[in-house]
Write a protein that binds this ligand. Structure first.
Ligand code: NVA
Length: 365
């Protein structure tokens, strides 16, 4: 593809979380199912949901909750299109189709959160080697888009296909005791990572180890990306760590939103950035959140350095964003939040207009 000035143009190009968003994949929640019971789910799930997941293992989520989330996704797509963003959607997969590999079998989860499944770094779109057996085929629904992007010039990569044998999991995992060290439920048996454990800031990528992302996975990604990029791994106060985007969210260059409970000390590489403390979430306790804490209120999507999509009912966050100089665009999303994500999780920015730059202290040294 060529632009009017004759410059080569790749359909996949995104280096950070805030450049002008041109094309985005928005997930679908159709057919979402509770995964089969497994120790890997216990560690990252909210405490009160573990029994719910065991009881409903392998069954669909309540249809009325799926329908309510679908309606909100439609509103979200409408807003994005109105703001000039091209929206692409995956083809929903049958999550109840059984599959397996030597030593195990499973059914699926959902195609709702492209941010977990695929990582875009520059022109490269990477299929992640995910640790949950229920997400082994999580990229299937996105394959038509991956093929199309590749044919139009994108780089298309995939992490080493994991075996997901029992050796990957700590079957003796228990909840960390107060003040005790956090134990992750996965081992270093093979590389695994979810894309949502990485936040892109140009040449510097911030990562966390979690209950789905191990050192081996981070090392694989670092070598795959090469010397152009530096991955910085930090540990946060998150006893159920899975995905960094309700902990640390760069909204624009020099503007970092942090979870005040999880980030007692902002990493030094953000020196010189404005640091905003996310307001306390106001999601009522009666509202079911199957797979996330209430801090999902921080899971904001930047359309550019000013426009940010935020949950319609989250008045404290809307007011805070305005006071920090942003232009919040409200969208109803609380029913979608029940499935474990918000605007950042539900999307994958395929193309943002911008180039590779360094924004952090270490990247500039
Ligand atoms: N695991 C995080 C959500 C990440 C989007 C949390 O529960 O806060």
């Amino acid at each position: 593809m060529e632009t009017s000035d004759g410059e080569a143009h790749c359909p996949v190009s995104s280096f950070n979380e805030w450049d002008l968003l041109e094309e985005v994949i928005v997930g679908v929640v159709d057919g979402a199912c509770f995964p089969p019971s497994h120790v890997s789910l216990e560690a990252p799930l909210p405490h009160d949901q573990r029994a719910v997941f065991r009881k409903n293992a392998g069954r669909p989520f309540p249809p009325e909750q799926i329908a309510a989330a679908q309606k909100e996704l439609d509103e979200f797509v409408h807003i994005l299109e109105g703001e000039g963003v091209t929206v692409r959607r995956p083809v929903p997969s049958d999550q109840l189709q059984p599959y397996g590999a030597p030593g195990w079998s499973s059914t699926g989860l959902y195609d709702a959160m492209p941010r977990d499944v695929l990582l875009v770094v520059g022109n490269d779109i990477i299929e992640c080697p995910m640790a949950w057996r229920s997400r082994y085929y999580a990229t299937t629904s996105f394959k038509p888009l991956l093929k199309e992007y590749f044919k139009k010039g994108a780089r298309w990569s995939a992490g080493p296909k994991p075996e997901l044998k029992d050796e990957l999991y700590d079957y003796n995992w228990t909840e960390p005791t107060n003040g005790g060290p956090v134990q992750f439920v996965i081992t270093e048996f093979e590389p695994t990572f979810d894309a949502a454990d990485f936040i892109r800031c140009g040449t510097d990528i911030i990562a966390q180890k979690s209950n789905v992302t191990n050192d081996f996975g981070i090392a694989w990604l670092a070598r795959h990306l090469g010397d152009t990029y530096r991955i910085h791994v930090f540990e946060f106060n998150d006893p159920h760590a899975m995905h960094i985007d309700a902990t640390l969210v760069p909204l624009a260059p020099g503007k970092l939103l942090i979870n005040p409970e999880r980030v007692p000390e902002v990493p030094r590489i953000f020196k010189g950035w404005d640091v905003f403390h996310a307001p306390k979430p106001i999601i009522p306790s009666e509202h079911t959140l199957y797979m996330t804490s209430k801090w999902i209120n921080m899971n904001i999507l930047s359309l550019d350095e000013k426009r940010v999509i935020v949950e319609h009912q989250d008045e404290p966050m809307i007011a805070a964003l305005k006071s920090w100089g942003f232009k919040p665009i409200p969208c109803n999303f609380r029913n979608f939040n029940s499935f474990g994500g918000s605007f950042h999780c539900a999307t994958l920015d395929v193309r943002r207009r911008g180039k590779l730059e360094s924004y952090l202290l270490d990247g500039m040294e």
